[in-house]
Design a protein around this ligand. Structure first.
Ligand SMILES: [Zn+2]
Length: 519
């Protein structure tokens, strides 16, 4: 590729408020931001293509499929089920490349609104076989990280789902780690010890007037009690239509990710007031105390989930399901019941690790991917013709965030230092008033299968060297009168000081060998 023809210029001036890795991508003509959306330029597209090709080696038996953008991951079960009838077809691995959407505002290259995902969907006859596949997949991805010089933190990304985050200052996600035992989890999934509160003799329950106190803060303030003496109610509606009534101590915040897991649903949205009132609860003054449970428990469209914190503390203040009133002296399980007790509270920095009791430390990071075991189940006919249940697991890797992590790790003050395996081009040729000789070298290299970025622009050598360092291809070849007089061309490895003269004779083979050596 001739640099004079390349779509996308290197930049010296940057838009304000851009994170460091997106800034590097903008400077090096990898990406542009248009209305906060990431557009990958030809250099960026080449890197993504090389990432995808290299990552396919993680599971060579996988068969490729193409899914529509935004295809919901739980629907992969239907794709598999449509074809799978018999045990003879199992196990099978599909590899899909498609666009997935992040919720919330886009945050540069590490968390664009739309992200290119590689997803390995595995259907297996037995849960054990799926667990083994998951373990091998995670190990293969870990091995791949080390091939490209990354060492992301393995962590619990969602409850029960191992994943990876690249720990980096100002990264768009938060993770919590324990320096005591090495436990690490995303902020949304981290397990932690609830702060203990002093326990008292149980009081009788009595109604108290609390006009206008429809938030925990106002309530605690009005009654001069700590927030940990209140009970918080959160209402969500699940994708299957159930109303989810989450109950936790007032000093804690709900984790939607944990609540989705505990509810065994796919997604939750905040419930609207009519949905809450339909169950006899009063928005702002709701609690499970005295809540009418009129529907058959099997068929019921309401599930009450309590955090373990409601059992740590006594004489709580909880809503009376009546505007401007609360109950005092509420105790669990004496005064109300829940359907399920589950960890649904969000961890914060300084909360104690559930494994070893040491305080959790918060860091920022980039989310790179995860393994979801037992995503959905499928049916297949066994040897004896009977219907059996099979299992589907899903491994996901996100390419733009991986590109961002590579940029965050592999750079110096001059620009990017690409690992040879995923560089946009193997060799960057700089010619200084020797264009004919440089064209010959470029052809030689391309003939041996190397990819070449050839700076043929009519600009000063200084500009050419600055851009070569910024774009960061692993090998740089300089063709100049001086190098030719010294017996060939000058070879340097990006990020290293050494230069050497390579003879023109057999240059394709010499450079091919060098690239293989540094891979
Ligand atoms: Zn710990």
């Amino acid at each position: 590729m001739r640099l004079s023809r390349l779509f996308g210029r290197t930049l010296r001036q940057l838009p304000p408020r851009v994170d460091p890795w997106t800034a590097l991508a903008l400077r090096a003509a990898i990406a542009r931001l248009v209305d906060d959306q990431v557009v990958l330029l030809p250099l960026g597209e080449r890197i993504l293509a090389r990432l995808a090709t290299s990552l396919r080696s993680i599971s060579p038996e996988a068969q490729a499929v193409i899914l529509p953008p935004g295809f919901p991951e739980q629907e992969l079960g239907r794709v598999l089920q449509a074809e799978i009838q018999s045990y003879r077809q199992l196990p099978v691995t599909l590899l899909a490349r498609h666009a997935v959407r992040f919720s919330g505002l886009p945050k540069g290259l590490a968390r664009p609104e739309w992200c290119t995902a590689l997803q390995w969907a595995v259907a297996s006859a037995s849960e054990d076989e799926l667990i083994n596949f998951g373990r091998r997949w995670l190990e293969s991805v870990d091995a791949w990280w080390s091939l490209v010089g990354l060492a992301p933190q393995r962590l619990e990304w969602q409850p029960g789902c191992p994943g990876w985050m690249q720990v980096v200052e100002a990264g768009p996600e938060e993770l919590l780690t324990c320096h005591g035992c090495g436990y690490a989890a995303s902020q949304a999934a981290a397990r932690f010890e609830r702060q203990p509160v002093p326990s008292e003799a149980l009081e009788e329950m009595n109604l108290v007037s609390t006009p206008g106190a429809d938030t925990i803060r106002d309530l605690a303030h009005m009654l001069s009690i700590p927030e940990s003496k209140t009970i918080k109610a959160v209402f969500m509606t699940a994708d299957d239509g159930r109303l989810v009534f989450a109950v936790l101590r007032g000093d804690l915040e709900i984790s939607i990710s944990k609540l989705v897991h505990a509810t065994k649903c796919l997604s939750l949205r905040p419930a609207i007031e009519e949905e809450i009132r339909a169950w006899g609860a009063e928005p702002g003054y709701a609690s499970p105390v005295g809540l009418k449970r009129v529907v058959d428990p099997v068929e019921q469209g309401l599930i009450i989930i309590g955090d373990p914190s409601i059992d740590q503390g006594t004489n709580f203040v909880a809503g009376a399901n009546k505007p401007d009133f609360h109950f005092q002296g509420v105790n669990f399980p004496r005064d109300f019941s829940v359907d399920v007790i589950a960890d649904i509270a969000a961890a914060r920095e300084g909360d104690n690790c559930l494994e070893c009791g040491k305080p959790l430390v918060a860091n920022n990071g980039m989310y790179l991917g995860c393994w979801k075991p037992s995503l959905v189940s499928i049916q297949y006919a066994n040897e004896d013709g009977r219907d059996r249940e099979g299992y589907v697991g899903l491994g996901t890797l996100l390419l733009e965030p991986i590109l961002a992590a590579l940029l965050a790790v592999h750079h110096d003050d001059q620009g990017i230092i690409w690992p040879a395996r995923v560089a946009p081009y193997d060799v960057h040729i700089v010619e200084i008033r020797c264009s004919e000789e440089a064209v010959v070298v470029s052809r030689e290299l391309e003939a041996t299968g190397l990819s070449v970025l050839f700076d043929d622009r009519k600009v000063s050598p200084g500009v050419k060297f600055t851009d070569a360092d910024l774009i960061g291809c692993p090998l740089r070849i300089t063709v100049s009168r001086r190098s030719l007089k010294n017996g060939g061309v000058e070879l340097s490895i990006r990020g290293e000081e050494d230069r050497q003269i390579i003879p023109l004779e057999g240059i394709g083979d010499i450079i091919s060998t060098r690239i293989t050596e540094i891979m």
